[in-house]
Design a protein around this ligand. Sequence first.
Ligand code: SF4
Ligand code: SF4
Length: 449
Amino acid sequence: MDRVQFIEAVRAAGVVGEGGAGFPAHVKYAGSADTVIANGCECEPLLHTDRHHMERDARAAAGALAELKRASGAGRGIFALKKKQTRAIPQVREACGDFGLEMALLEDFYPAGDEQILVRELTGRSVPALGIPLQAGCMVANVGTLVSVDAALRGASVTHKTLTVTGEVRQPGIVRVPVGTSMDECLAAAGGALVADPVFILGGPMMGRLVENEATLKKEHVAKTDGGLIALPRGHCLHLNASQNVERMRRRAAAACIQCRFCSDLCPRMLIGQPFETHRVMRVFGAGAEMESEAGRKAHLCSGCGVCEHYACPMRLSPRRVNQAIKQALNNAKILYDGPRGTKEEQTRPREYRKIPLSRLASRLGVSRYMGLETPDLGTLKPDVIRVPLGRHIGAPALPLVLPGQKVRSGECIGEIPEKSLGARAHAGINGVVVSVDDAVTIRSEEYA
Ligand code: SF4
Ligand code: SF4
C-alpha cells in the first residue's frame, strides 16, 4: 500500500485521534517524520482502555504503526508503553519483533501519555510552544487510534469505541460500544452506581469533564474521543473543584495565591522548555488584568494536564481551570498568543526529579481506593438507539448524508467531510432506521434483510 492509498483508507474510515484530541488522522498522517511513536502510555489514573487494546490487539496496533512508518518515510518506529503494563509487554514485544519496531518501557509517571512529553522522553527533543510533534520530527499515534487504522486498512470504518467504566460502580470494567451509545447504558453495563446521587467524570480524573447527575448522563453519547466514565460520590473533591465558577476562582486567586511558583515549577510544559509561567497568569487573573497583559496571553500555552491544580498548588487553587477560562475569553475576543515560542534547554534540567508518580497523584485526587480495581472485559453492548455525533472532532462538523426514515447499515457512511475543510467522516454503528438528524444522527436499531 502506497502513501496515498494509506491516507485515503484512513480518511474513508473516519479515523480521528482517540487519545482525546480528536484530530482527523488522515491530516495528521499526511506529513513526513523521522520517528513514529505508538502511544500506549495511558497516564490518567483509573483508565485502562489503552492497556486493554495492547493486551488484545498489540499486533494490529504494531502493524498499523509499521504502515505509518512506511507512509511517513520515518526511519524509526517506537512502541511506547509503561513498565507496569506487564500483561501487555509480551504481546507488544513479539509484535514489535515481527514488524521491525523498537519497544520503549516508561516509568509510571504523569503525564507520560502527553504526546509532547512522550516525544521528549523518547528522543530528547522538545516541541515548541503551541507546536505539534511533527515540528520535532515525530508523529505520535494513540494505540486505540492505531487499532482503528489497522481496521481501516482492511476496509472497516470507525463504528465502535472502547471505554473504561470505573469508580463507584458495581462491576468496573471495559466496554465496547457503538459510537453514539448513551453513557448511561455504559454505566448500566458496569452494574450501575454504588452510591446514591453520584456525579460522573467523562475521561480521566485529571483532564475529564464533570457530569452533574444521572439525568444529564443520559444525554451524553459516546464519541470516538471518549475513553472513560468514572462514577464518584457527590461532594468528592474533584466534584467540588470542577463546580467553581470563574468569579469564585478569581476571588480565591486574589485572596490566596501566595506566588510560590509551584504551579510553574512542576508544569510539564515548562519542564520541556516552553515559555510558560502559570503563577504569572494567576497573578494577573487575580487582579482582573488577564485580557490586556502579556502574562494572560500565556494561558494559550496550557495543555490542561492539571498538574498545577491537582498536585502542585498548596493553596488548592485551580490554575488549570483559570487557564481554560482565560483561553476561552481570549479566543472569543480573537486575541492570540504573540510571545516567544522557542524552548529553553536549561528549564528542562529539573525534569527527571519533578516527574509525578501516579500512586501519589491518585492519593492527592482522592481516587486511590479505585486504583487497584480489576477491570475485566464486559463485552460489546448492542443498544437499541444510538446518537452518532457529527462534530465531536477537531474541524468542521460532518455533513449528514441521511434523512429521517432512511435505513442504514452498520459501517455505512452517514456524515461526509465538508469540501475543502478539516474534518472526519461519521459512520453508523448499528443496522437501523434514522430517527432524526441535527448535530447528531439518531438511529433506532432494526434488523432487516
Ligand atoms: S502554586 Fe498555587 S499558590 Fe503557588 S503560585 Fe501557583 S496558584 Fe499561586
Ligand atoms: S494544566 Fe497546569 S501544569 Fe498542566 S500545562 Fe497547564 S499550567 Fe501547566
